[in-house]
Design a protein around this ligand. Structure first.
Ligand code: TXA
Ligand code: MG
Length: 355
């Protein structure tokens, strides 16, 4: 299959091209598109064949449900049976935006889209290109992140082309995404509502609207066999090919420890990499040293994380060490993804000392 790539920024929307992309979706084809979080791999959410094609293109297990993207609040009533006051409040506060709600599904949503579940994940993205494309496609676009299953979600169209080129009909290139980590997922079918995947919309922001909320307790912990409640969170995700270890502790000790480890690994013939921040960058020694920005700028850290993981693959780095980040607020989403990428391999220097 020849994958057509079209370029389009939020500031310069070409209606004719987007209409064409919408037609491709209506006919059951697949179109990758930018959102404010990461690139999505879109298909018609109400067409079971489209959903099957999405799973195939991603190499994704078909028990892992898709998020249905909408562009108008009223449309939610067609795919959800029983929209609650709570859901409406969250939509008023955060849509369009990086929040996905799990709600009971209506009969219009085929089981192929929800991985056989009787609930459906719904989100209205805050991205003009995405919203228009969804409208042209008929209103309901199923879209997982546009990566091959297991790889970091794409934050640039180049990575979509790398993973999906030849497998899908079209890519809409909207440049670098804004947030860089996937949406927050909240399960509205339980009481109190439960966060299944942390994201830019934090627990604190959700609690301000809903009052009490809970969190899946595998968000920052190794699940140790316990299945997370969002089926997709159980897979070893976001992982670079190189072996990644997170190092936590006082800043100076972290730099020192990482430099000792990369020197050892280099001596053993490994190609070494470091994920650091601006504050310590000049002190690191490795084959490839990357900064995610200032430690004080979490939005920069989030936006650059997946790209850094992919670049280590491109550069064939075999051993990677990363700084650790605080887990309050948006930091919880950053550490959730980083811990998954590292398979929960963490060296805590303060604990090491006490031993
Ligand atoms: O930011 C995002 O959410 C991006 C962009 C493209 O919108 N999409 C995204 O989709 O991250 P995906 O498929 O990569 O992740 C969806 C997650 C998976 O972990 C899946 O298991 C979970 O949502 N999920 C979907 N439907 C669910 C349901 N009914 N119940 C529980 N978890 C669900
Ligand atoms: Mg994904």
């Amino acid at each position: 299959m020849n994958t057509k790539v079209i370029r389009m920024d939020e500031g310069h929307i070409e209606e004719a091209l987007l209409r064409e992309a919408g037609e491709v979706l209506k006919r059951g084809g697949l179109v990758a598109f930018p959102t404010e979080t990461v690139y999505g791999l879109g298909g018609d959410a109400l067409n079971p064949d489209s959903s099957r094609r999405i799973y195939k293109a991603k190499g994704r297990p078909s028990d892992n449900p898709l998020i249905v993207h909408i562009c108008r609040w009223e449309d939610i009533r067609q795919i959800v049976s029983g929209v609650t006051r709570e859901a409406e409040k969250l939509a008023k506060a955060f849509w369009p935006g990086p929040l996905t709600m799990i709600l009971p599904k209506s009969d219009r949503v085929p089981p192929e889209t929800t991985g056989g579940l009787d609930t459906v994940a719904v989100r209205m993205p805050a991205h003009k290109v995405a919203l228009k494309l969804i409208a042209y496609a008929g209103g309901f676009v199923a879209a997982p992140s546009a990566n091959i299953s297991g790889r970091p979600s794409p934050t640039l169209a180049r990575y979509v082309e790398e993973d999906m080129g030849g497998r899908i009909d079209m890519v809409v290139d909207g440049g670098q995404v804004g947030i860089g980590l996937e949406s927050t997922i909240i399960d509205m079918t339980v009481s109190p509502p439960q966060i299944l995947r942390p994201g830019f919309i934090t627990g604190q922001m959700l609690a301000q609207v809903l009052g009490e909320i809970s969190e899946d307790d595998t968000i920052l912990r190794d699940d140790g066999g316990q299945a997370p409640r969002a089926p997709g969170m159980k897979y070893r995700h976001y992982a670079p090919s190189g072996e990644l270890t997170i190092v936590a502790g006082p800043a100076d000790r972290v730099v020192e420890y990482i430099n000792v480890q990369t020197a050892k690994a280099a001596a053993a013939g490994e190609k070494t990499g470091i994920i650091g921040t601006d504050e310590a960058l000049s002190r690191y020694r490795a084959d490839v040293v990357k900064s995610l920005g200032s430690r004080r700028d979490e939005e920069s850290i989030a936006r650059r994380l997946y790209r850094a993981l992919r670049e280590f693959d491109e550069e064939k780095v075999t051993r990677i060490y990363s700084e650790s980040f605080q887990t309050e607020g948006f930091g919880q989403a950053i550490m959730n993804r980083l811990l998954k990428a590292a398979g929960h391999k963490v060296v805590n220097l303060e604990e090491e000392e006490r031993k």
